[in-house]
Design a protein around this ligand. Sequence first.
Ligand code: ASP
Length: 334
Amino acid sequence: MIPTLATKRNEHNNRAAYLPFGAKRDGPLRHQHILSVKQFTPRDLDAVIAVADEMRIIVERIGAFDLLHGKVLAVLFYEPSTRTSASFIAAMQRLGGGFIPINEVRYSSVAKGESLPDTIRTLEGYADVIALRHPETGAAALAAQYARKPIINAGDGIGEHPTQALLDLFTLIKERGALDGATVTMLGDLKYGRTVHSLARALALYNVKLNYVSPDILRMPRELVAELNARGIQQTETSALQDVLGATDVLYVTRVQKERFANLEEYEAVKDAYVITPETLTHAKADMALMHPLPRVGEISPAVDCDPRAAYFRQVEYGMYVRMALLAMVLGKA
Ligand code: ASP
């Protein structure tokens, strides 16, 4: 059983944050926690993208270098992960650093009931930066209140996944050359999908048009739509992909998040609402980019993988460069 934040928060509410959020802002993201896309300025995004591209070139040329030699990353994951955890670890290794993986929380003291703040305060005794994934929204922000070392939110429940949004932006730029003027269509589980919550906020810093396609019960959260409306972002909602597919430059498909449903019958009713097939792509632009944060469980047919528009495995690789950039930046080495 993972201790809940609600129970643990009270036990620790007298502890002051050691490193205030956003402190020492003497370089983009330097010594900062990465908690939400809301914290990023356009300058931060430009910097991450530029540094990630440098990382890509270095990895392609020499594979690894010692920028973070002597630094250690703790990877504390209370939820399953393949790409996020592996890419953080690969990123740290390619930068010459070490890592402590804690993803089997049932074998750690978390299984004994240790609170998140205590776990964080323990790990930061060993590590210089902590990547945290947790099922509860706000977990990374809570951890940051107790941490002296940078916390990187690697997904907090249905809240946000800011490092995924950064790698999505990087992929968009790599696939299309530029973001401004793009029409981005997000498809699938927009209610529980933290990746689209972060990506929509990140895209709102550019001149883009957003389409949301979902079953009625999985629409984008109202507060997020209102937030982006207030920022003047053009947003359209529909349940029919064909309404918007022809005008779409980037189709961002998401998995229906089974683990977030209280009622499995509701999940069964919507799980196959959309399946992208080669036939679907005959109605799409020839240069559209098809993205997915992965894992996919049926919403994109494998028959689509050989279509040049299928960008999701390139997206996976870009994630490592972006996480290399982020580690270097928060540790003040970029
Ligand atoms: N891997 C992504 C996440 O952790 C997307 C997903 O699980 O569907 O949010």
